[in-house]
Write a protein that binds this ligand. Structure first.
Ligand SMILES: *Cc1c(COP(=O)(O)O)cnc(C)c1O
Length: 412
């Protein structure tokens, strides 16, 4: 039979796409020092704790005034909503294609997630976004899902005109730019993740950035800066900024403490990776575009192009299946899995956390026909930035052979 014949002929072993890069050697001494001193809590040292240094360095790297490191990007999103001081049951507009952590953060903050449609280029459908924005929306979270940037010019214009604050979920967008500006600095608050599948890997961790002293002061206190620990948070370039001191004084004892802090151990794993970011972004984009070029040669694959102002920083590739029947899609998925490349078709894998119909914790979960149609065709393959061109070719060959076989098999 023709089934997967050319895939099996690819005798070469598929590369492991789940391992990250090794953590830079420079982290070892810092970890060893922490083991010696036992100083793992961010607020023990009077100043210059690794978490505080990370916040200074990250804010400077992104070009924002303030940063707050926390336990995850989900925690950063939750704190962002709390920092905005939204009333209970405030309606928060989010894209219908994102990770379940995003609607979860909204629910956690006692707000109501409102979903909008996403197009087959994985970006927010602007007509639907605009239509829903006037339905009593009090905040917006733009999730740049898998690092795909939605039309931020249009989104910011619409939200600014209505005075609706924008939070950027930039968990997967570290290093992406829009008109040359860093993603995460365009809205009022930007949130990033240091979970292992993101550009910088600490296992777990997150950080939020903002230029607003009042917002960061509220987030700092609620993250668990009890008593006067907020004094260990500085303004730009480590200054004791007057804006910040005033904001902290205003919110002293006024807010609940959720204890979502980052440990010094995470910070010492993250800090030596910051200087690696530019290289990772460059390699990730080069690798992605190389594989995209190969996949786009098949009539059955389509890799959507970035928007014009967008410079991407991918560590995975997404592509749509074109003109394939359900049976052909199943054959494609089976053949790639057998050949050792895990292709996640978002809408076709059981209980996928990125498929909105699995967010059943949302009351009155809506139907989003356009987003659903996209999820049923959209494939996701990890491309860690460390892969060589030979390894990328193995992956591309497996994908192309599998789709050619799948397409030929049912036609026969
Ligand atoms: C990973 C991710 C999150 C969640 O980040 P955590 O740090 O694991 O909480 C949220 N949104 C997007 C788009 C992500 O990729």
């Amino acid at each position: 039979m023709t089934q997967a014949s050319s895939v099996q002929a690819t005798a070469v072993k598929a590369p492991n796409v789940h391992d990250a890069e090794p953590i830079p050697e420079a982290a070892r001494q810092a970890i060893d020092d922490l083991m010696q001193s036992g100083d793992l809590f961010r607020y023990t040292a009077p100043e210059n704790a690794p978490v505080a240094l990370l916040e200074q360095e990250f804010a400077a790297l992104l070009g924002s005034k303030y940063a707050l490191a926390v336990s995850s990007c989900s925690a950063a999103l939750f704190l962002s909503l709390k920092a905005l001081d939204l009333p209970r049951d405030a309606r928060v507009l989010i894209p219908g294609f994102t990770f379940a952590a995003v609607p979860s953060a909204v629910v956690h903050a006692d707000c109501i997630p409102v979903l909008c449609e996403v197009g087959d280029n994985y970006r927010i459908d602007m007509a639907d976004f605009e239509a829903r924005l006037d339905d009593d929306i009090q905040a917006v979270i733009i999730s740049h899902m898998r690092g795909h940037t939605s039309d931020m010019d249009a989104i910011l214009a619409l939200c600014d005109a209505r005075n609706i604050p924008v939070i950027e979920d930039a968990a997967h967008s570290l290093g992406t730019t829009w008109h040359g500006r860093n993603i995460g600095t365009l809205g009022k608050i930007g949130c990033f993740s240091f979970q292992s599948y993101k550009m910088i890997n600490a296992g777990e961790g997150g950080i939020l950035i903002t230029d607003d002293a009042d917002l960061v002061a509220r987030a700092v206190i609620m993250s668990g800066a009890y008593e006067h620990n907020w004094q260990k948070h500085k303004g730009p370039r480590g200054d004791n900024s007057a804006d910040l001191a005033q904001a902290f004084a205003k919110w002293q004892n006024q807010l609940p403490l959720y204890n979502l802090r980052m440990s010094n151990l995470s910070a010492v794993v993250i800090r030596p990776q910051l200087p690696e970011l530019a290289r990772r972004v460059r390699d990730g984009l080069k690798n992605h575009d190389y594989v995209a070029g190969r996949l786009n040669q098949s009539p059955n694959f389509h890799v959507p192009a970035p928007l014009a102002p967008e410079q991407r920083a991918p560590d995975s590739i997404q592509f749509n299946l074109v003109d394939l029947t359900d049976a052909q899609i199943t054959a494609f998925a089976e053949a790639t899995a057998a050949a050792g490349v895990k292709v996640q078709i978002f809408g076709r894998s059981a209980d996928n956390a990125r498929a909105f119909w699995n967010w059943q914790f949302i009351k009155d979960l809506p139907e989003l026909p356009q987003t659903r149609a996209m999820l049923m065709q959209a494939c996701d393959v990890r491309l860690p930035v460390r892969l060589s061109q030979a390894e990328l070719d193995i992956i591309a060959d497996i994908l192309l052979n599998a789709v050619n076989d799948a397409a030929a098999r049912a036609a026969a």
